[in-house]
Design a protein. Structure first.
Length: 84
């Protein structure tokens, strides 16, 4: 059975890289996610919306006091790659 192609792993690969750079372990990042970790870190792969949502929930703790942690994560990622 193939992977459903609902959402590109381009965003998941950026989110995982950022979460790791902030000190989150893979145990926390991938908690409850049954997909292979190498799929979610490969920007050429695809995943499903539920898997993307689970990953996002796991890494939201980088900004625990934020009302919009995913926005903050996106802003941090954008700022980091703008500097490159």
């Amino acid at each position: 059975m193939g992977i459903e192609k609902e959402i590109s792993c381009y965003s998941t690969s950026l989110m995982v890289t950022f979460a790791r750079s902030q000190g989150l372990s893979d145990t926390i990042i991938f908690r409850g996610i049954e997909k292979e970790h190498d799929v979610l870190t490969n920007h050429l792969e695809w995943t499903t919306f539920p898997v993307w949502g689970a990953l996002a929930e796991n890494i939201k703790q980088i900004f625990p006091d934020s009302d919009s942690p995913l926005f903050d994560i996106g802003k941090e990622i954008s700022n980091k790659y703008r500097e490159c």
